[in-house]
Design a protein around this ligand. Structure first.
Ligand code: XMP
Length: 327
């Protein structure tokens, strides 16, 4: 096990050359650590787990098994991208678990934000542990732990288990090749490994996914409204050159309705709330002020393309007093 302390002499990885050197060194260390044994990895499609997967595929190929759990709360196109990049292009041993019904059934009628998070976290561990139990001879568990996770965990801010704390009895040894890297370095390494930009420069996305943006008790139709409006927002931000510039942007669909008119008929439908923010540390957050033409386009597209929506609102509240997510 390597140390959890980043050496003072370690240079910040900012160039492709530095990334290549890091990759070479890690491949050597991973091969030494793993030998001919098997590794399991929960692959969410986020930057950190994707980079760990790409490193492990290079280092030990089919000795790695990736498990991608679709809990139904992922953004539009994400499970498909994981399957395409890792299953098809990189030829990984990939187990795709469609757990959508399982999660949404468990969450039905649950409106308390903490309880929702708890259910999502707990169910994720159960699904993952079930998949692990079906496999023989796994000795290692890959994790996308990064250096801020270690620092925050040491400071007592949060536990740094990316997988949410797997049952101890699974008895895995951890493989954490990016644990001494900062997020920006993980991205440089991901780029050097040939991962697509949409994965490498992905904005932060909470573990409970769209679940915390479908405010209150999640219903499938309102969850679709979150997913579809989020996809439109991402598309329009990309067209406007804002993708990669604005730190985080997403839509929220609260569980209340208001009246409206579509094709001369009265509607009673949900609003979509748009939130776009900038920050460096996520402790304090400022709001991105949107161009009026972009606002008009978003209102037009979302109210016509997203089912069950008749109004678009903009959340211009900094943090504090508001948190980034609504739940
Ligand atoms: P808040 O809402 O606490 O969010 O101001 C700060 C940042 O953290 C993200 N976030 C999460 N990330 N698991 C995560 O991995 C979570 O449960 C979670 N909750 C919030 C949020 O998207 C924002 O970037």
């Amino acid at each position: 096990m390597t140390s959890n302390k980043r050496p003072d002499t370690m240079e910040r990885i900012t160039t492709p050359q530095q990334a290549e050197a890091f990759i070479e060194e890690q491949l050597k260390e991973l091969r030494e650590q793993i030998g001919d044994k098997k590794v399991l990895l929960a692959l969410s499609g986020g930057v950190d787990s994707s980079v760990v997967a790409a490193l492990l595929i290079k280092a030990v190929g089919k000795q790695l098994t990736c498990v991608h759990v679709n809990h139904g709360l992922l953004r539009k196109g994400e499970p498909e991208q994981v399957i395409k990049v890792f299953g098809e292009e990189l030829g990984a041993n990939l187990i795709y678990v469609d757990a959508v019904d399982r999660f949404l059934d468990k969450l039905a009628g649950v409106d308390d934000p903490e309880t929702k998070r708890h259910i999502i976290g707990e169910e994720f561990i159960k699904v993952f542990a079930e998949e692990a139990a079906k496999l023989d001879g796994i000795q290692f568990l890959g994790q996308g732990t990064i250096y801020p996770d270690i620092l925050e965990s040491e400071a007592g801010i949060k536990a740094h288990h990316n997988v949410g704390g797997l049952p101890e009895e699974l008895n895995f040894e951890l493989v954490e090749p990016v644990k001494l890297l900062y997020k920006d370095e993980v991205r440089v390494v991901g780029k050097a490994l040939g991962l697509p930009d949409s994965m490498v420069y992905r904005q932060p996305f909470p573990g409970p996914g769209l679940g915390v943006r479908c405010v209150g008790a999640i219903t499938r139709d309102r969850l679709e409204a979150v997913r579809e409006s989020d996809a439109i927002l991402r598309e329009e931000f990309a067209k406007a050159g804002l993708a990669g510039k604005v730190w985080q942007y997403f839509t929220v669909v609260p569980d209340f309705k208001s009246t409206g008119i579509t094709d001369g008929k009265r509607t009673y439908a949900w609003p979509v709330v748009i939130r776009a923010i900038n920050t460096t540390d996520v402790v304090e957050v400022t709001v991105e002020h949107l161009d009026p033409a972009l606002i008009d386009r978003l209102v037009q597209r979302i109210t016509t393309e997203v089912k069950g929506v008749n109004r678009v609102l903009f959340d211009y509240t900094p943090k504090p007093p508001a948190t980034v997510e609504w739940e």
